[in-house]
Design a protein around this ligand. Structure first.
Ligand code: MCA
Ligand code: AMP
Length: 513
């Protein structure tokens, strides 16, 4: 047994001087240079007693060394648990308690706040900053390199990615080497990636999109990445003439379109722009095409499944659709009665294939509820398939807001708001937002005669929840609309407050920013 995922990502190119990362300071890290870093980190992990199946959590700013840490976990058979840099210590505490990592690697700025979390879990806390300095660097420098990869099979776990749920509790989606390998290999074929590709990498690397789709696909073919710390329009425009591909969330594309400097010439060297994680408006697709001559290729995926469908590389990329099921992936549309429904009608989207995860960590009931015995995973998305086979996402069966490509489950925010002084109950909804697609809105019902102190609530929310989950608007109303069963009618709230982020709304609605 070898280590298939490691071989695919780095093993095959470990001796190559070809560039892997082009860095903002003008330097380049080669595949061979990355392999050396990985051997050194693996040596440290081994010395610290981590073995196959142990977990390591990372909440660090994006850097080459953070990518090396992911690869070292793959190399060592250690389950990698990347965490959004916006999560608060409260949120991290939950993941750490649940996954019990032996090592937590964090930003030096978060060290003090995370020390109690690490101590409670008896985990070693190491620091790794954006400049790659910190106690992680010291530990790695002193280690004896471990060149040989730990043998792992296709069914061995490679990563846990936490994803929230409608109950407000996050679940660790367990992804195997097979899940990641099969998806990367399929995408390489579907999107025609080669070693000549240079991917403009501006996504975070703590989610499937930036890590498994962008990095795994590029590394599988020995291509290069222009490695940006985040999405900055100026930096992206400077880099684009040197790149061939970019993967982004719709916000990337609307922000680019807002920049006068973004012209057909700037995009002239590119062969492919892909979009996902949130719906791309047909209008954005059309504007982008008019400006650059490129039809953005929209695809559809999930943390639990990786990528499921994609518009074609060759052939019509149909705006408003997410294209066809990927090779080896089955997509079916199910009706209320649990039966597959007729082509063209909207129903629940289910997917099956080698890309589908193995279950939620330590949550057999939740796993059974969503991942059926027959292998089909219930995505929680609603959609239909047209006569030509294009899949369209028509909505969501799950109460979910997607803001700038990040998911917010209203329940989690509502539970916190419900507990605030002066709040009788809360409903959290998404409203159209020009930059983020959807923005978070809190609708509160006050307890008693005195209005709740919104500033105090905002402070509490900031302390407890990641920044992208925080409501950007608070609205106080006398009571929440309910149906005869007593269920809050969020559709009515969405209709009523759907324009809170539009300019005119600021003067007409009783909304606090
Ligand atoms: C930042 N802010 C946000 C968001 N991002 N608010 C709402 N939604 C967001 N997504 C707020 C911060 O709280 C902050 O507020 C202010 O914006 C500036 O923060 P900053 O970090 O500077 O923002 P930014 O750099 O402009 O980030 C916007 C972004 C980023 C580039 C769109 O959110 C991003 O990279 N999104 C990509 C998400 C992603 O990779 N998703 C994939 C997951 P304040 O100033 O008040 O503090 S889904 C997935 O993986 C599946 C498999 C799939 O299909 O792809
Ligand atoms: P996550 O749990 O972060 O992996 O988010 C996955 C969810 O993002 C999916 O279930 C969809 O609701 C949504 N999503 C991903 N890609 C698209 C897309 N191209 N269009 C619409 N929704 C998408």
């Amino acid at each position: 047994m070898t280590n298939g995922l490691y071989q695919m990502l780095l093993g095959h190119h470990a001796a190559s001087d070809a560039p892997l990362l082009h860095l903002p300071d003008g330097t380049t890290l080669s595949y061979a240079g990355m392999a050396q870093r990985v051997a050194q980190i693996s040596g440290m992990l081994r010395a610290q007693g981590l073995r196959k199946g142990d977990r390591l959590a990372m909440q660090c700013p994006k850097s080459p060394q953070a990518l090396a840490l992911y690869l070292a976990c793959v190399h060592s058979g250690v389950i990698f648990l990347p965490l959004n840099t916006a999560y608060t210590p409260d949120e991290i505490g939950y993941f750490v308690e649940d996954a019990a990592p032996k090592i937590i690697v964090t930003d030096p700025a978060a060290e003090d706040a995370l020390l109690p979390v690490a101590q409670r879990a008896s985990a070693l806390l190491l620091t790794l900053g954006a400049d790659e300095q910190g106690s992680f660097a010291e530990a790695v420098a002193n280690a004896t390199p471990q060149a040989e990869a730990v043998a792992c099979g296709a069914d061995d776990l490679a990563c846990f990615l936490y994803t929230s749920g409608t109950t407000g509790h996050s679940k660790g989606a367990m992804l195997t080497q097979r899940n990641l390998m099969s998806n990367a290999q399929t995408l390489v074929k579907t999107w025609a990636f080669t070693r000549d590709d240079v991917l403009l990498h501006a996504l975070p690397i703590f989610h499937a999109h930036g890590l498994f789709v962008a990095c795994n696909v590029t590394m599988a073919v020995g291509g290069a990445m222009i490695w940006l710390s985040g999405f900055d329009v100026g930096a992206v425009l400077d880099a684009m003439p040197h790149a061939t591909t970019m993967m982004g969330v719709p916000t990337f594309y609307t922000r680019l379109l807002d920049a006068d400097r973004f012209t057909r010439d700037v995009a002239g060297h590119m062969r492919l722009f892909t979009s996902g994680s949130a719906p791309l408006l047909a209008e954005t697709h059309a504007q982008f095409s008019a400006r650059t001559g490129h039809a953005i290729l929209e695809r559809y995926g999930m943390t639990e499944t990786g990528m499921n469908t994609s518009n074609p590389y060759n052939g019509e990329r149909r705006a408003g659709t997410v294209g066809f099921p990927l090779e080896g992936v089955e997509v079916r549309i199910m009706g209320e009665n649990g039966k597959e429904i007729a082509q063209g009608e909207t129903g629940r989207i289910e997917v099956r294939g080698p890309n589908v995860f193995t279950g939620y960590w330590k949550m057999p009931e939740k796993t059974a509820a969503e991942l059926q015995q027959n292998g089909f995973f219930i995505t929680g998305d609603l959609g239909h398939i047209d006569a030509d086979g294009y899949v369209t996402i028509a909505g969501r069966d799950k109460d979910l807001i997607i803001s700038g490509g990040y998911n917010i489950y209203p329940k989690e925010v509502e539970l916190l708001l419900d507990a605030q002084p002066g709040v009788k109950e809360a409903a959290v909804i998404g409203a159209p937002h020009a930059d983020f697609g959807e923005g978070v809105v809190a609708v509160l019902v006050q307890q008693g005669n005195e209005a709740p102190d919104i500033e105090a609530i905002q402070l509490e929310v900031s302390a407890r929840l990641a920044n992208f989950k925080r409501p950007q608007k608070y609205i106080i109303i006398p009571e929440l609309p309910r149906n005869t069963m007593g269920k809050v009618q969020k559709n009515i709230l969405r209709d009523t407050y759907g324009d809170v982020f539009s300019a005119a709304a600021h003067t007409t609605k009783r909304a606090h920013s």
